[in-house]
Design a protein around this ligand. Structure first.
Ligand code: ATP
Length: 325
C-alpha cells in the first residue's frame, strides 16, 4: 500500500486529502495513517495540514520497492520489481528469477551489490548508497545472434537518460561503457541463456556510479561519477525510472526492426570513439585505426590500412590511442 500512497502523493503536486486516498485504495483512515507514519520513518517528508490533506515535500534517496514502483511509469520495463538490500550480483539474481519464470520486463535492484561482474570475468565495483545496480530480464522473440545488440540499446538508453536528467553530455565508449567528463560512469553486462535457435532469456545489467565517491586504486584513473560539480543532485530512483523509459522506447524500436538502423544516428551522436584513433585489442591480432561509426547490427566500423573492418563486441576491447578513450 505504501506504493499506492506514494503514487497518489506524487500524482498530486498539491495536497491530497486523506479521504481521497482511503477511497482510491478502499482502506481505512487508520491504515493510511499507519503507512504514512512508516514512510515518514523511512525519510519521506510528508506534510499534513488540516482541511487540506497530505503533501509530499521530499523523498529520501533510496531504491526500495515502493519508491521505485511509485515512479515507474513504463508499459512493461520494470513492471515487476525485485529489490534486495544486498546481493552479490543483480545479473545473477535476475538469471535465477528468469529460470524460475520471471516475466519479460522484470527488474532486479539492490542497494548493495557485493560481487558485481563485468565482461570476461572482470569485476564491477559498486559503492553502497551512491550507485545504481539494476538488471532487466528480457524474454525476446528474436534469435540468439541478435542479442549482442541489446547491449548497445542499453548503452544508448542509459546515456540518453543521463543527458535528460542531468543536462550533462554523456558519451558512449563502444559498445557498452558510458563516460561523463571522460570518466567511465556506467558499465553494462548483457548475458543470455539460449538454445541454438531460441533465447530463453537475456539479462541486461546496468551499473552506474551516481553520486560523488572515492574509487579504489585499480580503477581510480578511469572511473568517475555522474553527479559532477555543477550538476543537479538527483535521487537515484528518478534516474532509474528515466533509464526504464528510454530503454523501453529504444528496445521497442529495436525489436520492431531487429537491427539498430533507426537508433544508429542517436548512438553515433554519443559515440566518443567516432572519428578518433582507436586500438582494437583483438586477442589474436590487435590493430589501430579510425573508428567511423557502427553498422546496422552494432559492430564498430574501423578504418585501417585503406580498408574498413567491422569489429564485433564479443572478444574485443577498444582503447583510445593515448588512454582509455
Ligand atoms: P573494456 O573497456 O576493456 O572493453 P569492459 O567494457 O569490457 O571494458 P566492463 O565489463 O564494462 O569492462 O567493466 C569491468 C571493468 O570496469 C573492470 O575491469 C574495471 O576496470 C572497471 N570498473 C569496475 N568497477 C567500476 C566502476 N564502479 N566504475 C568504473 N569502472 C569500473
Amino acid at each position: 500500500m505504501k506504493t499506492a500512497i506514494l503514487k497518489a502523493l506524487r500524482q498530486n503536486e498539491g495536497y491530497v486529502s486523506g479521504q481521497e486516498i482511503c477511497d482510491a485504495l478502499n482502506v481505512s483512515r487508520t491504515a493510511v495513517w499507519k503507512d504514512m507514519k512508516k514512510l515518514k520513518e523511512e525519510g519521506y517528508e510528508i506534510e499534513s495540514v488540516s482541511n487540506r490533506g497530505y503533501r509530499l515535500k521530499s523523498a529520501p534517496d533510496i531504491l526500495c520497492k515502493h519508491e521505485l514502483c511509485s515512479l515507474i511509469d513504463t508499459a512493461w520495463a520494470g513492471s515487476e520489481v525485485h529489490f534486495f538490500e544486498e546481493t552479490e550480483s543483480t545479473n545473477t539474481k535476475a538469471k535465477q528469477l528468469a529460470d524460475e519464470g520471471a516475466k519479460n520486463g522484470t527488474l532486479v535492484v539492490t542497494e548493495n551489490q557485493t560481487a558485481g561482474r563485468g565482461r570476461r570475468g572482470r569485476d564491477w565495483l559498486a559503492g553502497k548508497g551512491t550507485n545504481i545496480a539494476m538488471t532487466l530480464v528480457l524474454k525476446p522473440e528474436f534469435a540468439p545472434n541478435s542479442a549482442s545488440q541489446v547491449t548497445l540499446v542499453a548503452a544508448l538508453a542509459t546515456a540518453s537518460a543521463i543527458e535528460k536528467i542531468y543536462g550533462a553530455e554523456a558519451k558512449i565508449k563502444w559498445p557498452n561503457d558510458i563516460l561523463v567528463n571522460g570518466k567511465k560512469v556506467v558499465g553494462i553486462l548483457t548475458e543470455m541463456s539460449a538454445e541454438i535457435d531460441y533465447i530463453n532469456y537475456v539479462v541486461v545489467g546496468i551499473g552506474i556510479n551516481v553520486h560523488k565517491q572515492e574509487f579504489s586504486d585499480d580503477i581510480k584513473d578511469i572511473a568517475g561519477y555522474v553527479e559532477q560539480d555543477g550538476l543537479p543532485v538527483v535521487r537515484r530512483s528518478e534516474l532509474l525510472a528515466e533509464i526504464l523509459r528510454q530503454f523501453e522506447k529504444y528496445y521497442d524500436i529495436f525489436c520492431r526492426d531487429l537491427n539498430l538502423k533507426n537508433l544508429k544516428t542517436d548512438y553515433e551522436r554519443m559515440l566518443v570513439n567516432k572519428e578518433k584513433e582507436v586500438r582494437v585489442l583483438d586477442s589474436r591480432e590487435p590493430f589501430n585505426g579510425i573508428a567511423k561509426g557502427i553498422t546496422d547490427t552494432g559492430e564498430l566500423l574501423v578504418e585501417t590500412e585503406g580498408k574498413t573492418v567491422a569489429v564485433s563486441a564479443g572478444e574485443v576491447s577498444v582503447r583510445g590511442l593515448y588512454g582509455y578513450v
